[in-house]
Write a protein of this length. Structure first.
Lengths: 524, 507
């Protein structure tokens, strides 16, 4: 049951094959037994059970609120949740309980979804490994899969297992691990430079970054306001479409959401793709791209070609400037967005009380990690009067060029772009931390961040397993607000590649235990 | 619509261009002093051209709207501390600004009234600095592309020896920008604490930036006063504190507070100019576009898309058509309609409610408007000023004053008596002018015989004066008239008395 898709479990709830509270209990129990993944920062057990009970009442009255009613979900810990701690995995917000729900959280609740808890991330979503938060790194469930163990870890050496676990990618690694380990059916991430798609690729999930402006950012603690988008992590494309349908639309509280009304859609069954034009941007054949991934990418292109689609190589010439451009814009907005954390209104406040200024300084030194402080420092440097033209303005111009690259390609008749999502499969944690956060982010965002620069919808679709038995995903980038087309193509592709399900011993054991427990309960 | 607060003002000095003056003006600041009249200051023996002060102003006008610029919090004066603070105002993480259309309309209206061109597309920026009453660590303002630019403001001031000549001047308006107000910090020195009240944080302001076209405190004060009048006319200024604040600043300017140079700042808290601290002087605000607000688009009739909901857009033409008469137009109309002097029209408009009061009196009395104005400006206004009262608070209503002026106009009482009645009316005891006249026996003596007898008695008692008059010195007649007035306790009609005396003297 836990391994079912969102749509499947929704059907089961409707037919009474499982009750919302039973489902919630099972998820909570699995969260406990997968605690070592460190996917959750906060588990809202009581609140979740209460929501599940409410849902159960609705089902028993025959009046569920919709597809999401009773579905256990998780939310990245940079979305505000009323009454549940919101930490951003930072000392700055440890213990901070927001008085309001982010619009996306509210929408999920309004449709009956059961919020299990808040998931782990890099501090303030700055990172690509989910390794740089104050609550410790997130472990990729695939590290404990039969697929990975068989290929990578010698069975005899148990010490190796401890040091061989791989990262989830990030920064929405907690959400990815939560969905991938079957503790919930969907999770919210955020995506500024690839933070939803990257962990989705490493955890074998569908990760959707919708068009900028389609989903409200109100209540999402910002990284880069002009690029942040709430992301959706699910186990299949259909599920992503369901969650998108429940979240999209204008929000009075976010002036950057589009006014046009959004109609939730069901994905049509694509049979004929001969009219489809798939663009393969040559610049995504980036330095550092593993041969394995390149092979998967080429195979995917061939798949489209052999099914009758037009597959053409295209050029996005400014892609190679996007890293440096992203870093300037990101740091500048970070410097600005983080200015509010001064210890006065909320969050951490240092005991230092010599003067207001010394209190600010100590608060921020104690509250932020090196990564955050480094970006604040460089961001403020870029925004200085004497640097503004040379850095910020230039970066904005480059951003426009990058966006225009996409416009041109789409105008030339290309419907969807197909690219790799990551340069390689997930690396072991011990390997990953050899490089600093900045280097890692620069490498890992390289294939995903251009979509954020241009505000375009993009999705990771799990495609194959690597030689080490780890997931490899490919990215589809669509036209602005053409989520339906993007998801339709993604779903067609998903069907063709038949990505294998993760084989997690702990989940099997767990499912078994639950059944055992129920049996014994019924006997007593 | 707006309460004007001239919170910041800057002044600078510019060396006067003089033919033949040798050498280029030195860079940097030069310590100079000047009288507040703005006259050129002698450069002494240096041989350089004299310095002339130039004054530019930045006026922060609080937009009076029910809610703040970017949040739904109420705007209210004197509410309990921190009772009008939304999540956005406290800058809770994840909150976003939502622009208040009312504030945009106010700024457009002001821009039009100040002859600005309205930018159909304007942008918002973040201005960063750390301060306890600025919770976000930045203020949202319009630094790059403000809502209105390139306007002008005409104002008049009295000049000449007797300050009797009105001169009209113009100051260019550089721009009007929308921005957030900050909160309020209260420093408790005894406990070395700072208390922060965020009620004001996020209230909408219009910053009106004037070019340094003024040359003295009087000019600056007159310009600010005219701006204040315009803002009040466009909407309403209810904030009493703000009026107080502007009054204080005008006095400051008139007292020579504009003797600033580039290194000095006007400290509104100290109410005087202080040298800028190094830190402030070097402050880099690290401006950045506000990413959470799309460009602010306003329309005119031409550009307004047909399918747009008219309730949700700001239409420049619509606002233009509904602009009320501005003070300058109102003044012209007053001069034309009532035949009063231009300076009278200034005084009428400068006091809130005084024009209405005057017009009400005019409507209710047979006295000519030209004559009424004297009573309004000399008697009513000076009494109010003496007692620090507003026109609204006047104990004598326009109705009572009109009543009194009617008695005077019908020659029931003399103007001396009328002043006595007015003095009684100020007491506000609820008596009508007629009642007071009766009570005090102030009505003119209508009985001609009685008056003739009094005149005769005066003539009989003043032999010398009579001689002088008969010798041709007509001026002395006035003394006799005065004596009759004294005898009748002001109850005689001086014109009639004069006739009677002349008649008797020529007999």
């Amino acid at each position: 049951m836990l391994r079912a898709s969102l749509r499947e479990v929704s059907a089961a709830l409707k037919e009474g094959r499982v009750s919302p509270t039973e489902l919630c209990r099972r998820c909570l129990s699995l969260i406990k037994s997968t605690k070592f993944l460190n996917a959750y920062i906060t588990v809202a057990e009581e609140a979740a059970l209460k929501q599940a009970e409410e849902s159960e009442k609705r089902y028993s009255r025959g009046q569920p609120l919709g597809v999401l009613d009773g579905i256990p979900i998780a939310v990245k810990d940079n979305f505000n949740t009323a009454g549940i701690e919101t930490t951003c995995a930072s000392n700055m917000l440890k213990g901070y309980v927001s008085p309001y729900n982010a619009t996306v959280v509210q929408k999920l609740m309004d449709q009956g979804a059961v919020l299990l808890g808040k998931t782990n991330l890099d501090e303030f979503a700055m990172g690509s490994g989910s390794t740089d938060g104050v609550f410790g790194p997130v472990r990729n469930p695939w590290s404990y899969s039969r697929q990975y163990k068989e290929k990578s870890v010698p069975k005899s050496d148990s010490e190796d297992e401890e040091s061989n676990w791989v990262i989830t990618g990030g920064s929405s690694g907690g959400s990815a691990a939560a969905v991938s380990s079957f503790t919930c059916f969907a999770a919210l991430g955020s995506d500024t430079g690839g933070s939803t798609r990257n962990p989705a690729a490493h955890c074998g999930l569908v990760g959707l970054k919708p068009t900028y402006g389609l989903i409200s950012r109100h209540g999402l603690i910002p990284l880069v306001n002009s690029m942040d988008v709430p992301g959706i992590l699910t186990r299949c494309v259909d599920d992503a479409a369901v969650v998108l349908g429940s979240l999209a639309g204008h929000d009075l509280k976010d002036s950057t959401t589009i006014q046009d009304s959004f109609k939730p859609f069901e994905l049509p069954n694509l049979t004929d793709i001969s009219k489809l034009s798939i663009g393969i941007p040559k610049e995504y054949h980036a330095p550092g791209l593993s041969s394995e991934i390149l092979a998967v990418w080429s195979k995917a292109a061939d798949l489209f070609k052999s099914a009758g689609a037009k597959v053409i190589e295209v050029s996005l010439p400014h892609t190679r400037y996007s890293i440096v451009c992203y870093h300037v814009l990101c740091a500048a907005e970070v410097a600005s967005n983080m200015a509010r954390f001064d210890g006065l209104e909320y969050g951490h406040r240092s005991d230092m009380n010599k003067s207001t200024e010394s209190m600010y300084a100590a608060t921020r030194r104690e509250g932020f990690n090196d990564v955050v402080r480094g970006r604040i420092l460089s961001g403020n440097y870029f925004l200085l009067k004497q640097n503004y033209e040379n850095y910020f303005i230039k970066a904005q111009k480059v951003r426009r060029l990058i966006a225009n690259d996409f416009v041109k390609v789409f105008r030339s008749g290309v419907d969807i772009l197909l690219t790799p999502t990551t340069l390689s499969d997930a690396v072991p944690y011990m390997e990953f931390i050899k490089e600093d956060n900045r280097t890692r982010s620069a490498q890992d965002d390289i294939l995903t961040q251009a979509a954020n620069m241009a505000g375009l919808p993009a999705i990771n679709v799990p495609t194959a397993l690597s030689e080490r038995g780890l997931p490899v995903g490919l990215q589809f980038i669509g036209r602005s607000f053409q989520e339906k087309q993007l998801l339709t193509v993604a779903r067609w592709f998903e069907k063709q590649v038949k990505f294998p399900m993760i084989q997690l011993e702990v989940v099997k054991r767990h499912d078994h235990d639950v059944v055992q427990h129920q049996k014994s309960a019924s006997f007593s | 619509m707006a309460a004007a607060v001239a919170r910041g003002c800057g002044g600078l000095w510019r060396r006067a261009r003089q033919c033949g003056a040798g050498g280029p003006a030195p860079h940097g600041q030069r310590a100079v002093a000047s009288s507040a009249t703005g006259g050129a200051v002698s450069a002494g023996k240096s041989g350089l051209a004299p310095w002339v002060p130039v004054v530019g102003l930045e006026i922060h006008a609080q937009i009076s709207s029910n809610s703040k610029l970017f949040s739904g919090s109420q705007v209210q004066f004197a509410a309990p501390p921190n009772s009008l603070v939304s999540f956005f105002d406290a800058s809770l993480p994840g909150t976003l600004p939502v622009l208040n259309r009312r504030c945009v309309e106010a700024a457009v209206m002001t821009g039009l009234a100040l002859n600005c061109s309205i930018n159909k597309k304007s942008l918002f920026d973040r201005k960063h600095y750390f301060y306890a009453d600025l919770p976000a660590g930045y203020q949202i303002t319009q630094q790059r592309v403000p809502i209105a630019v390139n306007g002008s403001l005409s104002y008049s001031l009295c000049t000449g020896n007797k300050m009797s000549q009105m001169v009209t001047k113009t100051v260019r308006i550089k721009q009007i920008q929308l921005e957030q107000d900050s909160g309020k910090s209260l420093h408790d020195d005894t406990r070395s604490q700072t208390l922060v009240d965020l009620n004001r944080a996020g209230v909408g302001l219009m910053e009106v930036v004037m070019e340094p076209d003024m040359c003295c405190g009087e000019e600056a004060a007159a310009a600010v006063r005219e701006l204040q009048l315009i803002l009040q006319t466009l909407g309403s200024s209810q904030a009493v504190m703000a009026d107080y604040e502007i009054q204080r600043q005008i006095e400051e300017l008139e007292n020579g507070g504009t003797i600033l140079n580039e290194t000095r700042a006007f400290d509104s808290k100290l109410g005087c100019t202080v040298p800028m601290r190094d830190k402030e002087g070097k402050q880099d605000y690290r401006f950045m576009p506000e990413p959470n607000l799309p460009p602010l688009i306003v329309y005119d009739a031409k550009s307004l898309p047909a399918n747009m909901n008219h309730q949700q857009v700001v239409n420049i033409d619509w606002i233009h058509e509904r602009l009320p008469d501005l003070p300058s137009v109102k003044r012209e109309k007053l001069v034309e309609q009532y035949g009063i002097l231009p300076e009278h029209s200034f005084t009428l408009l400068n006091e809130e409610g005084l024009t209405e009061f005057y017009e009400n009196v005019v409507k209710q009395t047979q006295m000519k408007p030209k004559k009424v104005i004297g009573w309004i400006l000399n008697d009513l206004l000076s009494y109010l000023k003496q007692h620090s009262l507003t026109v609204k608070e006047s104990p004598v209503s326009s109705f009572l004053l009109a009543d009194l002026l009617n008695l005077l106009e019908k020659k029931d009482i003399s103007s001396t008596a009328a002043k006595q009645v007015l003095a009684e009316l100020w007491k506000g005891e609820g008596k009508t002018p007629l009642e007071i006249v009766k009570e005090k026996k102030l009505e003119l003596i209508q009985d001609q015989k009685e008056l003739e007898q009094i005149c005769q008695a005066v003539i009989d008692g003043q032999e010398n004066e009579v001689m002088a008059i008969k010798a041709g010195n007509q001026k002395v007649l006035n003394k006799l008239i005065g004596l009759v007035q004294r005898e009748t306790q002001g109850r005689s009609n001086p014109v009639l008395v004069k006739q009677l005396l002349e008649k008797k003297l020529s007999e």
